[in-house]
Design a protein around this ligand. Sequence first.
Ligand SMILES: NC(=O)c1ccc[n+]([C@@H]2O[C@H](COP(=O)([O-])OP(=O)(O)OC[C@H]3O[C@@H](n4cnc5c(N)ncnc54)[C@H](O)[C@@H]3O)[C@@H](O)[C@H]2O)c1
Ligand SMILES: O=P(O)(O)OC[C@@H](O)[C@@H](O)[C@H](O)[C@H](O)CO
Length: 384
Amino acid sequence: MKAVHFGAGNIGRGFIGLLLSRAGYEVCFVDVNEMLVSELQHRGEYTVSLASDGRETYHVTGVTALHGGDTDRVAEAVAGADLVTTAVGVNILKHIAEGIAKGVKLRLQAGGGPQHLIACENAIGGSAQLQAHVFGYLSEEEQRLAEGRLAFPNAAVDRIVPLQHHEDPLHVTVEPFYEWVVDRSQTIPGLPEIPGVHYADGLEPYIERKLFTVNTGHCCAAYMGFLHGKSTIQESMADERIAAEVRAVLGETGRLLTAKHGFDAGEHQAYIEKTMERFRNPHLTDEVARVGRSPVRKLSPNDRLVRPALGLHDMDVRPAALARAMAAALKFRAEDDPEVQQIRAELEEHGLSAAVSRFTSLAADHPVHAIIVEQYEALSRELA
Ligand SMILES: NC(=O)c1ccc[n+]([C@@H]2O[C@H](COP(=O)([O-])OP(=O)(O)OC[C@H]3O[C@@H](n4cnc5c(N)ncnc54)[C@H](O)[C@@H]3O)[C@@H](O)[C@H]2O)c1
Ligand SMILES: O=P(O)(O)OC[C@@H](O)[C@@H](O)[C@H](O)[C@H](O)CO
């Protein structure tokens, strides 16, 4: 069995590549980082260790890599793969779609068997987005041929993998916890079950629970942590004021998730507690800059802050803690993050109300817009 995985970064090596390799796939990574590609090509293996007392280590062997710019070889690899996965960042999917489409065309022409393509990104409908980008490069005839032969099941992936600072550039330290859920109803016959993956009929409860708990809480810890001078999530969570902010947003999203998906309140509370413990993992050093990265994406209407806030608003619940986290996102600063610079420029040139509208897509007369502005002003007073 062959798999091509786009993105040999932290989650690519530390989670997806590890599980696929253990499931018996020959994994070929595709990346644009020349050093990673060349190390993977020359060594064909790497190690993953768990951030826990035991520090268990896994050796991942039999892997290789291609540079994303080597489009012919990437297309050939995609054409020969039973499974194509991605962990590049949801906004990068459009850039890898053409290469994937080239491979898909070759496979369709050759009458190849069923192929699954799974985006393992933090986004709702990640694989559907990948499909839309890939289909943009296929003719109507090719799209018809693809029916029943290509599937893009949506997925939710959860494992905290911080930025790595090892001497060995391929080594990756990951938290012990992991969850990978694939929408079984969107698969076609021919996908061997991957040990460690949970298959569910309908992904929405899983992706919303993950994104609106782990990722909402995480970015709240990062943005509030930044405003209080913290540089890691572990330092942020050790500050009771910040832990209380995280608990408040997770109380709000929990209210939405239990009402919308019928989760048992006690079980959901246990999920929240476990998530907060994961953030505190003393064996990890997870930088606020990584967790808060790309605030424009995180403030977008279908992501971890605005979407649950609008869900609560529809239930006549005021999303004050979520609006406060959004206000903190607008105040987040990180030198080398272009999305931070975009927010700063919008605030300077057009002011707060315009920035809120632009990044959240909420009109100035939307009630949630007013709560964000109110929370921004409250935060400014508190921090003065
Ligand atoms: N790190 C985590 O804790 C975690 C957990 C769950 C999900 N995710 C999601 O996984 C995705 C990747 O996150 P990450 O933390 O591994 O990031 P990362 O930056 O460590 O890895 C991304 C990799 O993609 C590569 N890349 C960028 N453009 C590319 C292109 N055009 N073609 C091929 N490769 C390209 C980069 O060089 C990098 O190696 C994101 O969507 C993230 O939200 C991350
Ligand atoms: O990857 P992002 O930028 O969407 O979010 C940052 C972190 O919250 C995220 O990477 C988590 O560590 C991960 O989603 C845990 O499963």
